[in-house]
Write a protein that binds this ligand. Structure first.
Ligand SMILES: CC(C)(COP(=O)(O)OP(=O)(O)OC[C@H]1O[C@@H](n2cnc3c(N)ncnc32)[C@H](O)[C@@H]1OP(=O)(O)O)[C@@H](O)C(=O)NCCC(=O)NCCS
Length: 372
């Protein structure tokens, strides 16, 4: 079929690639994020860009295998500039795979999202697509957030699936159907930094893994948190840190690191979990052994409860109920609940798994009206 048509929403323009795009294409493909997350050749030379623009892009249209567009948007000086490439790879039977990459100058400006909206509209209406699939290497959060904004599902991780220069990488996958709303399917929680008197609640970082390892190898933590891997390894700590973003991107949890205000070292973690469930979000926590016995967790839970109940228009989460579960024979954990005003509502037999088996659990709850 003929080459790319020109499409626009008035702000971004999707058009055929042309020779003038070659230098910007080289710059984009030499950028570390492009190399990490896409299959561009390394090293990337001028000749690679020439082949891409003169042969690969028109070839996709000629064979109907890939409908690729150059994205053009106003640069900082207002002049139109090549911003990247977006495409739909035709998989047949009304299915296509979406692909996108932007030049570094165009990132963080919403340009790719706007371009993909134009592309998807064209694909669904002009190409009769029913399902568009999105793949990204696990950990490509910028790509995942763009896909989330467009309404794609994220259906999980396919292990060792995507080929990346000879390696098979774990990959996220999701789809967008023609009939789906092109808007997020769920909340995506950020982690606000909350400053207290003796703690700071913050987002996790990769280098928290050492402290997580110390805390979760500790005998007391391991005893009360029965499901923790045993023995707890450095790899377990890395997975723990990495996986925390996933629940937040799915809108099911907010996880904070409790940090020392001076050193920023991890003192523990506190979470709101099970968000969206009918019985209210559940507060969960553990403390590093060096941080116990000085009110750190009581303060951290107080800050989280406050944030949970503050209205959304005032920057909080606007929740109307919280829940907390503790083994009946775990006095330190029960103290944290009770000092924060949680009400004991009953006992669930064999309600929590400890290292030596199931223990009865006290169920607590808290509604905004309980707080004076
Ligand atoms: C993927 C890509 C096209 C996204 O374009 P972009 O202009 O950066 O996208 P946006 O700025 O609109 O959105 C990216 C979002 O991801 C967020 N993000 C980036 N890294 C993140 C991380 N590690 N954790 C959480 N969110 C992250 C950004 O903060 C931004 O969200 P915000 O707007 O709420 O702040 C661009 O980053 C790119 O070209 N990357 C290299 C190629 C690539 O990865 N292609 C996709 C292959 S599947």
């Amino acid at each position: 079929m003929a080459g790319a048509p020109t499409l626009t929403d008035g702000v971004v323009t999707l058009r055929p690639h042309h020779e003038d795009d070659i230098p910007a294409c080289v710059e984009q493909s030499q950028d570390p994020d492009s190399q990490r997350w896409t299959r561009v050749p390394i090293p990337y030379e001028l000749e690679d860009a020439r082949r891409f623009i003169r042969h690969a892009m028109p070839g996709g249209w000629a064979t109907d295998q890939e409908w690729a567009f150059a994205v053009q948007a106003a640069g900082v000086d207002g002049a139109p500039r090549y911003a990247g490439t977006v495409s739909l790879r035709n998989l047949g039977d009304a299915r296509a795979e979406i692909a996108y990459g932007t030049h570094p100058w165009a990132r963080g400006r919403g340009i790719v999202e706007a371009a993909l909206r134009v592309l998807l509209e064209w694909g669904f209406t002009e190409r009769g697509l029913e399902t568009v699939i999105w793949w990204a290497h696990e950990g490509n959060w910028a790509s995942r957030k763009v896909a989330w904004r467009l309404g794609f599902s994220c259906d999980g991780t396919v292990r060792r699936w995507t080929d990346q220069r000879g390696d098979l990488l774990d990959s996220w996958v999701g789809t967008l159907l023609r009939t789906d709303q092109r808007a997020p399917r769920n909340a995506w929680y950020d982690v606000p930094r909350i400053v207290g008197a003796q703690v700071v609640l913050r987002q996790h970082r990769d280098n928290d893994a050492d402290r997580v390892l110390e805390a979760c190898s500790d005998e007391r933590t391991a005893y009360w948190l029965g499901p923790l891997p045993q023995p707890y390894t450095r790899a377990d700590a890395e997975v723990f840190v990495r996986n925390r973003s996933d629940a937040m991107a799915r809108g099911t949890a907010v996880h904070w690191v409790i940090a020392d205000p001076t050193t920023d070292d991890l003192l523990g973690t506190v979470s709101l979990m099970g968000i969206g469930g009918h019985s209210g979000a559940e507060v969960g926590y553990w403390a590093h052994p060096a941080a116990r016995g000085r009110g750190v967790m009581s303060e951290a839970v107080r800050l989280v409860v406050r944030h949970a109940f503050i209205d959304t228009e005032d920057g909080g989460l606007g929740f109307d109920k919280l829940r907390l579960v503790s083994a009946v024979d775990n006095p330190a954990s029960r103290h944290v609940a009770e000092v924060n005003g949680f009400h004991e509502v009953g006992t669930e037999r064999a309600g929590t798994l400890c290292r030596d088996g199931r223990h009865d659990a006290v169920i607590y709850d808290l509604v905004p009206g309980d707080l004076s």
